[in-house]
Design a protein around this ligand. Structure first.
Ligand SMILES: NC(=O)c1ccc[n+]([C@@H]2O[C@H](COP(=O)([O-])OP(=O)(O)OC[C@H]3O[C@@H](n4cnc5c(N)ncnc54)[C@H](OP(=O)(O)O)[C@@H]3O)[C@@H](O)[C@H]2O)c1
Length: 296
């Protein structure tokens, strides 16, 4: 089976590269050619030129998919949406694809660029049962584990939003721990050593703590992308009429960090947003600067 892959971004590039390395007959398209065509893959000029039975979308978000999909004929094809959008958007896309004679599976993933390079993503799948079976060998190349979330498009994306609620609050909490340590003149590397050795250590905390020590904010998951994910979570919470106090605060922090010029930096750069906060009458307020001798 020929696989088409649309969107060679931070995630799509390593995912498509792993498919190519596994010997998949692969055709790729991406809006910008950064010289990152996976070895052995055929790169084509437009989405309509991707002639493949199975088409994977790893696009930035809803507007990107809205721009690309009208240039794709889903007839007789399996369309697989692996990026992150609202569950409702995915359900509407499923209906459109099926009305046009195609099959549809959503397969959002947990794990950023590092796990994508290592073929260690975790996929959540929902949609057409035959489609899931056809997709399985390819997910096996890109993922450590695949979790079936049911037949209803949208249910895997709801799961992804629950997973990201934990991710975003965890990484933001880690950044605040470093911000706290800075205020007391604690050594960032000693903090990293304690955290890495302790019971809260995870692949994510180790990578992000390393980034905070070296102040290397090369992107694994961008502030822009995390803000989009955060907004999806808050919107879904409101839709269900529940509060999302942690994610409300995180959304403001990621928005402020993006406004400071860090939109394309890794999410660990949220520490720059935290550094802009200050105190008024003993309560945290936005926009003031507290970290002695640093920042702007
Ligand atoms: N990074 C992560 O840690 C992570 C983890 C899990 C899931 N995700 C999700 O996976 C998806 C991709 O993430 P990513 O980090 O790879 O994003 P990314 O680096 O921003 O890449 C997304 C791709 O979408 C393309 N694109 C953006 N706007 C477009 C448009 N209007 N028309 C056509 N193509 C367009 C980009 O093309 P250009 O290169 O031309 O901009 C790029 O190929 C997102 O939905 C994200 O939320 C990300």
């Amino acid at each position: 089976m020929t696989v088409g892959f649309l969107g060679l971004g931070v995630m799509g590039t390593p995912m498509a590269t792993n498919l190519a390395k596994a010997g998949t007959d692969l055709i790729v398209w991406s809006r910008t050619d950064r010289g990152n065509t996976p070895p052995g893959a055929l790169r084509v000029a437009t989405p309509g030129d991707v002639r493949a039975e199975l088409l994977i979308l790893m696009l930035a978000g809803e507007s990107a998919i809205d721009e690309v999909m009208p240039r794709v004929d889903p007839r007789g094809r399996l369309i697989v949406h692996m990026g992150t959008t609202s569950p409702e958007f995915s359900a509407r896309l499923a209906t459109r694809v099926e009305n046009q004679g195609g099959r549809y599976v959503e397969a959002p993933v947990s794990g950023s660029r590092g796990p994508a390079e290592a073929g260690e993503l975790v996929a959540m799948v929902a949609g057409d049962e035959d489609g899931k079976a056809a997709l399985a060998p390819h997910l096996g190349v890109m993922c450590r584990q695949v979790v079936d979330c049911g037949a209803e498009p949208g249910s895997a994306l709801l799961m992804k939003l629950a997973v990201n609620t934990f991710l975003i609050s965890m990484v933001t909490g880690l950044a605040e721990a470093f911000h706290f340590a800075d205020a007391y003149g604690l050594d960032r590397d000693l903090l990293r050593q304690v955290l890495d050795a302790g019971p809260m250590a995870s692949t994510v905390s180790r990578v992000k703590a390393g980034k905070l020590v070296s102040e290397d904010f090369a992107v694994q998951a961008s502030i822009r992308d995390v803000l989009m994910n955060n907004e999806l979570i808050v919107a879904a919470a409101r839709k269900r009429e529940i509060a999302s106090p942690l994610l409300d605060v995180c959304r403001d922090l990621y928005a402020e960090t993006a406004a400071l010029g860090h939109a394309e930096s890794d999410m660990a750069a949220v520490i720059h947003g935290l550094e802009r906060h200050g105190l008024e009458n003993g309560r945290t307020v936005n926009g003031a600067f507290t970290r002695t001798g640093k920042g702007s």
